[in-house]
Write a protein that binds this ligand. Structure first.
Ligand code: GLA
Length: 330
């Protein structure tokens, strides 16, 4: 038995998912495969690329998760804790995703694990279960973008997701557009406190002005605290950029789509303050390269990868990723 779950790259709309906003990620042709045989009362998985073997009993409790070794076993434990499967599993994990780069290697592991452990249901239910597993395992109050993109991928399409109702609209990636992921060389150091602080700031803004998806920049004038204002300003303008980006993709306007991506990076840098000097320098270098329409950090920030929208062959370094189908079992 075997399950595959893709990673994802987010083209635009970061730090909007947990506010009930808009984002446009796509599932990619890099991902994680779990294969082996069901049975027993433990889940035992060895990895081809990461050290150690994960061995997690079906009776694992929330309190046990933090002590699981190797650290990726916590995601397996999180899935067991949420899914409560009746049989264990013995097998291997292989991945073509760079780990800790912001391409959702943990979500891919969660989805593939849930599928081999017998989860059957809609992409949305799978994503919800795996989001809870991720939150329990990592302690980070993450949104659902990574899991929903990995579960709902459509070949040749990016996914316009509205997190106020979890609707997913596939939007074709225009012909002649290349999507390139470039690692900054800085391992993503996503501390749960920095992410949690950003999320709390958005919650505070929403208590003052109402749901940020329905708010305009003018509505934010009632927010006195300058930090809360900047966080909300990012979210409100980012939602609008996602709308415009989807329209630009539909019209095949790569120049406009790229411009919006670069603007998104500036907003994540200045208003949301989740970029780093290394990511800023990388994005600047990318956008100055001929044939690159735009670039931005992708995912949570604090290191990891940038994504660029380019003409074919414009960049020599990085992963050229293809918009791909979602997680499958078979
Ligand atoms: C991480 C989280 C997602 C999302 C992004 C930022 O990847 O897991 O839910 O919040 O950061 O857009």
């Amino acid at each position: 038995m075997k399950a595959f779950a893709p990673g994802r790259v987010n083209l635009i709309g970061d730090h909007t998912d947990y506010t009930g906003g808009l984002a446009m990620p796509m599932a990619i042709d890099l991902g994680t495969t779990v294969s082996g045989h069901p049975g027993g009362d433990v889940v035992e998985l060895s990895s081809a690329s990461e050290r150690g073997t994960a061995c997690v009993p079906l009776s694992v409790t929330r309190a046990d998760l933090a002590d699981l070794c190797p650290s990726w076993a916590r995601y397996i434990g999180g899935v067991i804790h949420e899914l409560r499967p009746t049989a264990g599993f013995a097998g291997t994990v292989t991945t073509t995703l760079p780990v800790g780069a912001g391409l959702s290697s943990s979500a891919a592991l969660e989805l593939a694990t849930a599928l081999v452990l017998g989860f059957r249901g809609s992409a949305r239910d799978l994503a919800e279960l795996c989001q809870r597993a991720e939150q329990t395992a990592s302690g980070v109050p993450c949104g659902m973008m990574d899991q929903l993109a990995s579960a709902s991928g459509v070949e040749g399409h990016a996914l316009l997701i509205d997190f106020s109702d979890l609707s997913v609209e596939p939007v074709p990636v225009p012909d002649g557009a290349e999507i390139v992921v470039v690692h900054s060389g800085q391992k993503r150091a996503l501390t749960s406190s920095a992410y949690g602080e950003r999320r709390a700031a958005c919650d505070r803004a929403a208590r003052i002005v109402g749901p940020l998806l329905g708010a305009s920049v003018a509505d934010l004038a009632t927010i006195d605290d300058p930090v809360i204002y900047r966080r909300a300003h990012h979210v409100v303008t980012e939602n609008e950029r996602v709308r415009l980006f989807a329209a630009a993709f539909r019209a095949g306007d790569l120049a406009e789509a790229g411009r919006l991506m670069t603007e998104s990076h500036q907003s994540l840098r200045d208003d949301f303050e989740v970029s780093t000097e290394v990511l800023d320098a990388l994005v600047q270098r990318l956008v100055q390269t001929p044939g690159v329409h735009g670039a931005r950090l992708t995912g949570a920030g604090f290191g990891g990868c940038a994504v660029a929208l380019t003409d074919p062959g414009a960049l020599r370094k990085g992963w050229v990723v293809q918009p791909s189908a979602g997680a499958t079992v078979g």
